[in-house]
Write a protein that binds this ligand. Structure first.
Ligand code: CAA
Ligand code: NAD
Length: 283
């Protein structure tokens, strides 16, 4: 089965990026969000990034127009009925994702693959709410999607070889490199990255160094492109906390205990760049 039409659910920073790279690679794309403002913002952001790519002479004006023509907004999950692949990128919460997958199982055609961009949640559990667990798979993009080359592909217990192969081929068409990762909490990327970010937050919490200096240590001392606290703000502190909770509960190991300061910031609504305040203040 050839994938031609893709639906992306969630037009936040990840969903918009995924929709952009799919449209740029020649796929017809529907972008859906339950929040109309978020959908408009996601589409505007894609247009802005494409305009910047034209200015930088990475793509032509025609490429931009063709990409935007392939990309359409969607106001209802029912639109999945015309798609071969659905990629879900809503909030990192099992109940929300389970509801979306239950609905998609009803609306999407029988042949369609249902992929999730979850950062850490079990693919097997998400697949179990559908009647097609063999066609459910993890397709974990990195942020910012148009820039980062990696996609983790995660099989659930029942994911078929055909589904894996289709997603591996799709990833290559998006000009990304894939790695196969087991369905364990946090997969590989976040099992390694998030404890570092959490430890950086502990360092601030315990007065080891200031926010700016912790970031300087990792930027100038380890050549990371962003300090861990800048990166946490960039990812979203809510997402970081959800991932730490999945690791903590999933492994039942105190080494993954989320830092209380992270919990406090999320409770205060300081979600990082997207909310205007996190470890740093924006605009
Ligand atoms: N969306 C799209 N493109 C973006 C972008 C964004 N949010 N931010 C930057 N870019 C693009 C810029 O447009 C620029 O492209 P051009 O050269 O065409 O102009 C390019 O990236 C470089 O940007 P800048 O020169 O402005 O800044 P930079 O050199 O500091 O690079 C960065 C920005 C690529 C984000 C870099 O800081 C970086 O690699 N940071 C670390 C990112 C990272 O670790 N991501 C993984 C997060 S973990 C994850 O995703 C998994 C999870 O489940 C949480
Ligand atoms: P975000 O908060 O920027 O966007 C989430 C979007 O989903 C919002 O626009 C929201 O309105 C929409 N949404 C929520 N519930 C919905 C529903 N039931 N139906 C339709 N739309 C719904 O979040 P994000 O950072 O884009 O993360 C999305 C997913 O991608 C999460 O699972 C996250 O763990 C994963 N992820 C995030 C990053 C990152 O760096 N932020 C990286 C890789 C993967």
């Amino acid at each position: 089965m050839a994938i031609q039409k893709v639906m992306v659910i969630g037009a936040g920073q990840m969903g918009a990026g995924i929709a952009q790279v799919c449209a740029q690679a020649g796929f017809d794309v529907l972008l859906h969000d339950m929040n109309t403002e978020a959908l408009e913002k996601g589409l505007k952001n894609i247009e802005k990034l494409l305009t910047r790519a034209v200015v930088k002479e990475r793509i032509t004006d025609k490429d931009k127009t063709d990409t935007l023509n392939r990309l359409k907004p969607s106001n209802h999950l029912k639109d999945a009925q015309s798609c071969d692949l659905v990629i879900e990128a809503v909030v990192e919460n099992m109940d929300v994702k389970a509801k979306v997958f239950g609905d998609l199982d009803v609306f999407a055609p029988k042949h369609a693959i249902l992929a999730t961009n979850t950062s850490s949640l079990p693919i097997t559990e998400i697949a179990a709410v559908t009647n097609r667990p063999d066609q459910v798979i993890g397709m974990h993009f990195m942020n910012p999607v148009p820039v980062m080359k990696l996609v983790e592909i995660i099989r659930g217990l029942q994911t078929s070889d055909e589904t894996y192969q289709a997603i591996e081929e799709m990833t290559a068409k998006l000009n990304k490199t894939s790695v196969e990762v087991a369905d364990l909490p946090g997969f590989a990327a976040n099992r390694i990255l998030m404890p570092m970010i959490n430890e950086a937050i502990f360092a601030v919490h315990e007065g080891v160094a200031s926010v700016e200096d912790v970031d300087k240590v990792m930027k100038l001392g380890m050549n990371h492109p962003m300090g861990p606290l800048t990166l946490a703000d960039f990812i979203g502190l809510d997402t970081c906390l959800y991932i730490m909770e999945v690791l903590y509960e999933g492994f039942n190991d105190s080494k993954y205990r989320p830092c209380p300061l992270l919990r406090q910031y999320v409770k205060a609504g300081w979600l990082g760049k997207k909310s205007g305040r996190g470890f740093y203040q924006y605009n």
